[in-house]
Structures are given as structure tokens and as C-alpha cells.
Design a protein around this ligand. Sequence first.
Ligand code: ZN
Length: 287
Amino acid sequence: MPLINLKEALKCSIDQRYAVGAFNIANHVLAEGVIQAAEIKGLPVILNIAEAHFKILDMNHFMHYLLDRVNCSSAPIVVHLDHGYTYENIIKAIHYGFSSVMFDGSNLSYQENIDKTREIVKIAHAAGISVEAELGYVAGFGEGGSEKDENIFTKPEQAEEFVQKTGIDALAVSIGTVHGIYKGKPHLNFKLLKDIRNRVSIPLVLHGGSGLRDEDFKKLILCGINKINFFTGNSAAAVNAIKKEIEKEKKFGGFPELIHIAQMKIKEVTEEKIQIFGTKPLGLKGD
Ligand SMILES: [Zn+2]
């Protein structure tokens, strides 16, 4: 099954009301865990590589491995740049062979976000690469997680105009989720999400999926979410599995065994999430 772009992966997700998981990978172990989960399920998956992780990866070598692995995979896979902030890194990602990029201009003014996103769409689309952009602001690690953040939420009328003016393939929205670990109970604004869905006809993206309950995911998908970013949950599950193994009788087989345990945990959590997200096989051409 070849590498696919984000538009192809999400083609039927609005009509059929499901989401495709976007799992962050920052090394081979995370990549293998997520790819194997997709292969077992026989369903599409999105591999997110954040611009922030370029510095801990030798991207040239890693991408050789990853694209080869993806092209040998029995599941359709998107290789997506997560939170690209600079023009330079977006172009780099296109050269590396990513099939999709996110340009995050959420820290810019509304007009600047439109202008820069539109430029990137022109270049990416010319190369067959999908573009996700963000409108509103999804709080970072340790920030947010309460109703007081509503001033950074996505505005439905702006979302409609933004999509129309930029030509993007997917829109990341801010409706109450936060990146990383929630300080308290998440306050999700489902009404706002529905309002955005009613005005926007492209797939909507949820950042900050870790820490939400299964019923939250199901409701978010029903209200219009089609791509869910999930990282912290996989990362924490892998670390806990390793800790547990080390503490168990104070002995363990060694480094390869520990890494294998972490990888199996990532696979297990990813499979669970694919199930909860209701991901369906890719639609056939003409669907
Ligand atoms: Zn994010």
C-alpha cells in the first residue's frame, strides 16, 4: 500500500463520520508501533513528525527508513509534518518526502495567517502534498484547559472565510483541547465545533487528543472532527511499561527487551485509539 496524502486519507471521513488517528513518531520505535497497529487493523493512519523533533532525528536517514517502511506497509499511511512554523521547514519537509504538511500560523495575525498559509498551499499542492492549517490557538503544555481560554477558540465565521481564502485541505480548530497533560477536567465546546462544521466543508482536526475519554472522542467525531492528534498518551504508556518492567523483580532482560515492551505498548494503545476513532478503510475511487 503506497504512501498517501492527507486529503486521500480523509476523503470519506466527513460523510461517514469517522476520524483517522495522527500519531506522533519521533523515532523508529514509535514509528514501528504505530505502523504495526495500522497493519493489524488494515486501516489508514497518519504519522506525525513535529518540526520540533527535527533536532533529535537525523532526518535524511530517518526518512529513508520511514518511506521505505511505509511503502512496504499493508496499510495506507500519511507522513505528515506536525506544527511546521517556518517556510524553510515546510520546504524541507516537502524535500524529505512528506505527503502532507501542517503550517501553524496560529500565533500570527488573522491576515498574516491567511497570506502565509495561501503561499504554502500553492507550493505544496503543486507537489501533490496536502496542507493542514490552524485557526484559533490550541494551548501548549501546561497552559489552558479551562473555559477562560475561549478568546483563543476558533471563530466559525472566520473559519469559513479562512478555508475559502487559503484552499487548505484540513483545518485544526481550537475548541477546548490542550497539548500534553490536562491540569483539570477538559472543557470541550461541542456547540462551537458543530457551528464550525456547519460552515466548513473540509476535514476538521483536533490537537491535544491525549487525556480525553473514549466518550469525548466519540462525541467530538459526531460533532465534526475527522483527524485526531495523539502523542502524549502513547509516550506515557511506553514509559510506564518500561518502568513497570524494571521494577518487576528488579531484573529485566536488557535494552532490546525493554524497547520491545515499549513498542508493543505503543501498538496496543494505537490499536485501541484506531478502534475508538471508528476509522474506516479508504473509499474506492469514485465514492
Ligand atoms: Zn498540535
